[in-house]
Design a protein around this ligand. Structure first.
Ligand code: AOF
Ligand code: ZN
Length: 335
């Protein structure tokens, strides 16, 4: 049987939950009898049931109606079923117990706790396993999760707002609004898509930001991380209000980034001033740079984002795409 079409359906099912499953990967699962769909499930929320368990539970309500026994069914899931106990029990166990004898998998789970072991456990229990059906789509869909498990650190995006003459703000000023309201709304979505927002002390003191994701859909709020050795922080500031935050008093970025190795965090958005952004860029810790560029000029009193012309290109970035948001231009650079 050609499982690609059903795998693509499992992948779209999973996609709906990218803001609530994070930092976990999104996973979708479909159970079929011959070419008929019996049930579907997805990993909807971090810490809650995995996709396979939701699909199996839903199929259980249909025994004796749509099918007679689980041995007749095939389970199609976008990611290799886990065989470890994390916040939930092993999916392999749920599959084996159900009596399903045929499993089709999109991509192997890159999590070293799981990778290959889920398949092994299914096979040991007499289940036939097909792998790598649309695996590239699954990897693309869970890009940050695969990146983290491949490189041992989160995927890092840096975001800046720049005037047309390449400036960040007016020297000595507090907050300077450079881009339009629509661009700032776009930033809220960008924040929602990440596990962590990382900023510096000057940004928190000068801009007084909340640094949360103010979006009109359900999302797991990113954790806020402040890199600062400042001792005069105002903890009544919006940044600290009712928020999950951490202050890291560390200047060495190698050490900062390696702190995430054994955590759930798969993606970081750095929103900071020129000093911290340039440190991340120069140390090779930016995988994607997003520039929101306005048409206004800040002129000679403006502070430059970069010391030299074409600094971004000189660091090896290429413009991946750009488009207009009202009069601003959003430019996305990757390496
Ligand atoms: C699956 N099906 O739907 C998902 C999987 O803490 P836990 O128990 O939620 O486990 C999280 C890990 O399980 C996650 O890092 C990844 O390796 C795997 N995700 N596995 O069988 C699912 N979401
Ligand atoms: Zn699982």
């Amino acid at each position: 049987m050609n499982y690609e079409k059903l795998m693509k359906r499992a992948i779209s099912l999973a996609d709906q939950y990218k803001y609530t499953a994070k930092p976990n990967p999104v996973v979708g699962c479909i159970i079929i009898k011959d070419d008929k769909i019996i049930s579907e499930g997805a990993h909807e929320k971090f810490g809650c049931n995995h996709a396979e368990v939701n699909a199996i539970n839903s199929a259980k309500t249909k025994v004796g109606k749509s099918f007679e026994s689980f041995g007749e069914l095939t389970l199609i899931c976008s990611l290799e079923p886990c065989n470890h106990s994390g916040k939930t029990g092993p999916c392999t166990e749920a599959i084996i117990k159900s009596g399903i004898k045929n499993v089709v998998i999109g991509a192997l789970d890159p999590n070293p706790l799981v990778s290959g072991k889920g398949i092994e456990s299914l096979k040991k229990n007499g289940i036939s396993v097909t792998i790598n059906v649309c695996s590239e789509l699954v990897k693309e869909q869970n890009k940050f999760f695969f990146f983290k498990n491949t490189y041992g650190r989160p995927f890092i995006t840096a975001k800046i707002a720049s005037s047309i003459d390449g400036k960040s703000h007016i020297v000595g000023s507090k907050q300077t609004w450079i881009t339009s309201k629509k661009s700032r709304e776009d930033v809220q979505k960008l924040r929602a898509s990440k596990d962590v927002i990382l900023t510096g002390g000057n940004t928190v003191v000068n801009d007084n930001p909340m640094m949360n994701a103010r979006v009109d859909f359900l999302t797991n709020q990113p954790k806020k991380i402040l890199l600062s050795t400042k001792t005069n922080l105002n903890f009544d500031a919006p940044f600290f209000k009712d928020a999950d935050y951490e202050i890291i008093k560390e200047r060495d970025l190698d050490k900062v980034v390696s702190r995430f190795k054994n955590t759930d965090v798969t993606s970081i958005l750095v929103e900071a001033g020129p000093k911290l952004i340039n440190s991340f860029l120069n140390e090779g810790y930016v995988d994607k740079l997003i520039v929101y560029e306005s048409t206004s000029k800040l002129g000679p009193n403006g502070v430059n984002w970069f010391k030299e012309d074409n600094a971004v290109e000189k660091l090896g970035f290429k413009l991946e795409s750009s488009y207009k948001i009202e009069s601003d231009t959003k430019k996305i650079y990757i390496k």
